[in-house]
Write a protein that binds this ligand. Structure first.
Ligand code: AHG
Ligand code: MN
Ligand code: MN
Length: 281
């Protein structure tokens, strides 16, 4: 696992460099979810593939930007599922973006996630890593090196609300719940990049990030293996909760296809309990 973490640190520096140096335009291809790929999406994917090719404990890679499984090492133990550049459409307006990694052992389902990590490319590079034991660890870069900052613990209740999805397609009970939070004094924090949005809620103690099922996207938008499940581990280990619209822990998801999505809610305990009430689950 140590070597995988070192690989993610190397990847973080390389992708950060690519973001700063490379062409921001579109490639002429689209990914498995039918989204147009930026040249940076494709390049970040390639950076990750090349770095993990040197890590013998990695058996397979599954990328948001590729269909199917990319095989690396016969004797490897882990499959790394990743979103190379999350929020990539925000690069051209110079907002923060990220990379997300889920490290699975065995069949690709939440129960088999052994660790997860994400990187935030903002004014500086930060990384958060979680395993099944203990609190997530925050690392910041100083003079191009990652330094451990400490453990992340969420409060019982927060003040921030990041409501995803197109509002005109929200269900009435979801709209009523989010309106209720704002009426209670919650502050809107939504950049459109799940990495910085979830990172902000984690580091500022709590609140709620939601990406519900909507009339246009009944299963939400965020992908289980590379986006939803890795962050579910982070939130649970930090003392918060992560559930779907049926009240099921996201850490119990079993995707039937690598690119399956799920409605998802991440937050501190108080907001998730209130959400369960509002959804009647
Ligand atoms: P990606 O750039 O990897 O396709 O993912 C973007 C995701 C996520 O970061 C964000 O929370 C969500 O898409 C935003 O979606 P909306 O545009 O529907 O707000
Ligand atoms: Mn993404
Ligand atoms: Mn992406």
């Amino acid at each position: 696992m140590e070597l995988i973490i070192d690989a993610i640190k190397e990847i973080a520096h390389r992708i950060d460099e690519a973001i700063k140096m490379e062409d921001l335009g579109y490639s002429d291809s689209s990914n498995s979810s039918g989204e147009d790929q930026l040249k940076l999406d494709v390049q970040s994917d390639l950076i990750i593939e090349r770095v993990f090719a040197k890590v013998s404990s990695v058996k397979n890679l599954v990328s948001e930007e590729k269909e199917g499984v990319h095989h690396l090492h016969d004797d490897g133990r882990f499959t790394v599922c990743y979103d190379p550049l999350d929020g990539s459409s925000l690069v051209d307006v110079n907002l923060s973006v990220g990379s997300i990694f889920g490290i699975y052992e065995g069949e690709l389902k939440a129960e088999n996630l052994v660790a997860s990590a994400y990187v935030v490319y903002g004014p500086r590079i930060e990384m958060v890593m979680a395993t099944r034991e203990g609190k997530p660890t925050l690392y910041c870069t100083r003079r191009n090196h990652f330094e451990t900052v400490g453990e992340i613990t969420m409060n019982e209740k927060g003040k921030l609300c990041a409501p995803g999805g197109t509002q005109k397609h929200w269900a009435p009970h979801h709209k009523a719940f989010i309106d209720g939070l704002f009426n209670d004094g919650y502050r809107l924090r939504y950049s459109g990049g799940m990495v910085p949005d979830l990172h902000q809620i984690l580091l500022k103690g709590g609140g709620l990030f939601s990406y519900p099922g909507t009339t246009d996207k009944p299963d939400g938008k965020l992908r289980q293996l590379f986006e939803v499940i890795p962050f579910a581990l982070m939130y649970e280990q930090a003392g918060g909760q992560a559930i779907n619209d049926k009240g099921m822990r996201l850490m119990e998801l079993v995707p039937s296809h690598p690119h399956d999505t799920s409605p998802c809610f991440f937050g501190s305990n108080s907001e998730i309990e209130a959400l369960k009430n509002a959804y009647g689950v």
